[in-house]
Design a protein around this ligand. Structure first.
Ligand code: XLS
Ligand code: CA
Ligand code: CA
Length: 437
C-alpha cells in the first residue's frame, strides 16, 4: 500500500530549480566544513505532526486529508507506520521521532496500552531490519490523558506519579528495542497553575527522583541513549519548570544531574520564553549541554506555540552557526517539530513543508560555515575584547586581580575610552553572506 503514490523520492536539483518536490540547497552528499550535509543536519520527521495530527484547532474539526484515515484503532496505527516509513524514505532523511501515544492507541488498562505499543514497536522493528530509517528519539506523552491534569513527574497525586514512572520505564524499553539515539523528557504538565495549591520544592524534588530512576533503569537495561530535556516556559501549563535553557541547567546542577543530560532546544519554545533560538543554543553550548534541535518557528504576532515549518534563513544561519561552533550535534539531530497549517490539508503539503525546512537549514549551514571560515564574528569579537588579553584585563581573566589592584589602576586611568559595537555593520555583513551565491 502506498500513501504518497504521486511523489517520487525527493532529489537535489540545485538553487535554480522551481520544482516544489525537489531540494534547492539540501544536497545530502555535499561536503560543508569537513562533513556531508546529511552528517551535519541529521534531519528527523516528527510522527505526531506528520501522521497523528488531523488539523484540529480549538475552534474547528480536523481538515487533513490522509489516506490512512479510512482505518481505525490498531489498523489505523499500523497504516500510520507504513505511511511513516514510505514518507521518511521518500524524503530521504535518516530519522523519525515519536511519543508513545502517537504510535499506538491507549487501551482501558496500562497492560492493554502496553500490549498495543508492543505490537506497533514490533512492526517498526521489522521495517527497520530493511529500511535505513532510524529513530532519533522517543518520549512518553504524559500530558494528553486527563490523569495528568495535575502533572506527571510533578503530580500532587502519588498514584499518577507511579503511572508516569511506569510509562517512562516502558519508554526506555521501547527506545532500546528500536535503537533510539536519544530519549526526550518534555514536561508539558510539569509546572503549576497557581502557587496557592503548589508545593514547588516537593514537585521539583520528585521530578529529580524520576530522572534519577530513569538514569538507573537505562543503565540497568543497557539503553545508552543520550537523555535530553526540552525546555518550554508555558503551554499547556501556565508556568512550566523547564522554562528555558538557563533554568533547566540550574535545575540539573542543583540535583547533581548535569552529567547525564543535554538539552533538546526548540525554536518556538525559545520565542515563548522571550529569547531568540540562537540565545538558547548559545546558553546550552557554553555550558556543554547542546544536545538536539526541534526545528520550527513561531509567529511573533501570536502568543502561542504555532510550530510552523522553519523558513527564516536569518535564524537558521545563526542556529547553524551555534551548531558548528559546538562541533556539531553529536547524537542529536534536527527534528521538524512542525506542522503544516490547517489550510494546507493535502498529503503533498507534508513534502513541500519538509523540503522548505530542509532547504532553509541547508542554506543556513552553508552560510554559517562561510562566516566561520572567514572569521567574520570571531575577528570582531576578538578585537572587541582585546583589552582582556593584556595588562589589567589579563589579570582579571587569570583571576589575579583584586578590588585593591583594580582600584589602584582605575584611580590613574583617565579618561576611559570606549569603542563602537558596530552592530549595524555586522548585520549588513551577515546579509551580504546570506545573499551571496
Ligand atoms: C510541545 C513539545 C513536544 C515535545 C515532545 O510543545 O514540543 O512536542 O517536543 O514531547
Ligand atoms: Ca518540541
Ligand atoms: Ca512546540
Amino acid at each position: 500500500m502506498s500513501y504518497f503514490k504521486n511523489v517520487q523520492p525527493i532529489q537535489f536539483e540545485g538553487k535554480d530549480s522551481t520544482n516544489p518536490l525537489a531540494f534547492k540547497h539540501y544536497n545530502p552528499r555535499e561536503v560543508v566544513a569537513g562533513k556531508t550535509m546529511e552528517e551535519h543536519l541529521r534531519f528527523a520527521v516528527a510522527y505526531w505532526h506528520t501522521f497523528t495530527a488531523n488539523g484540529t484547532d480549538p475552534f474547528g474539526a480536523g481538515t487533513f486529508v490522509r489516506d490512512w484515515d479510512r482505518y481505525q484503532g490498531m489498523d489505523l496505527a499500523k497504516a500510520r507506520v507504513e505511511a511513516n516509513f514510505e514518507f521518511v524514505e521518500k524524503l530521504g532523511v535518516p530519522y523519525f521521532c515519536f511519543h508513545d501515544r502517537d504510535i499506538a492507541p491507549e487501551g482501558d488498562t496500562l497492560q492493554e496500552t502496553n500490549a498495543n505499543l508492543d505490537a506497533i514497536v514490533g512492526m517498526m522493528k521489522d521495517y527497520m531490519k530493511t529500511s535505513k530509517v532510524k529513530l532519533l528519539w522517543n518520549t512518553a506523552n504524559m500530558f494528553t490523558n486527563p490523569r495528568f491534569v495535575h502533572g506527571a513527574g510533578t503530580a500532587c497525586n502519588a498514584d499518577v506519579y507511579a503511572y508516569a514512572a511506569a510509562q517512562v520505564k516502558k519508554g526506555l524499553e521501547v527506545g532500546k528495542e528500536l535503537g533510539a539515539e536519544n530519549y526526550v523528557f518534555w514536561g508539558g504538565r510539569e509546572g503549576y497553575e497557581t502557587l496557592l495549591n503548589t508545593d514547588m520544592k516537593l514537585e521539583l524534588d520528585n521530578l529529580a527522583h524520576l530522572y534519577r530512576m530513569a538514569i538507573d533503569y537505562a543503565q540497568e537495561i543497557g539503553f545508552d541513549a543520550q537523555f535530553l530535556i526540552e525546555p518550554k516556559p508555558k503551554e499547556p501549563t501556565k508556568h512550566q519548570y523547564d522554562t528555558d535553557a538557563a533554568t533547566t541547567i540550574a535545575f540539573l546542577q542543583t540535583y547533581g544531574l548535569k552529567d547525564h543530560f543535554k538539552l533538546n532546544l526548540e525554536a518556538n519554545h525559545a520565542t515563548l520564553a522571550g529569547h531568540t533560538f540562537e540565545h538558547e543554543l548559545r546558553v546550552a553550548r557554553i555550558n556543554g549541554v547542546l544536545g538536539s534541535l526541534d526545528a520550527n518557528q513561531g509567529d511573533l504576532l501570536l502568543g502561542w506555540d504555532t510550530d510552523e515549518f522553519p523558513t527564516d534563513l536569518y535564524s537558521a544561519t545563526l542556529t547553524m552557526y551555534e551548531v558548528l561552533q559546538n562541533g556539531g550535534l553529536g547524537r542529536g539531530g534536527v527534528n521538524f517539530d512542525a506542522k503544516v497549517r490547517r489550510g494546507s490539508f493535502e498529503a503533498e503539503d507534508l513534502f513541500h513543508a519538509h523540503i522548505a525546512g530542509m532547504d532553509t537549514f541547508a542554506k543556513g549551514l552553508k552560510t554559517a560555515a562561510k562566516l566561520i571560515e572567514d572569521r567574520v564574528f570571531e575577528d570582531a569579537i576578538d578585537s572587541r575584547y582585546a583589552s582582556f588579553t593584556e595588562g589589567i584585563g589579563l589579570e582579571v581573566v587569570s583571576g589575579k586581580a583584586t578590588l585593591r589592584s583594580l582600584e589602584a589602576y582605575a584611580l590613574h586611568n583617565h579618561p576611559i575610552r570606549n569603542v563602537s559595537g558596530r552592530q549595524e555593520v555586522l548585520r549588513a555583513t551577515l546579509n551580504r553572506y546570506l545573499l551571496s551565491e
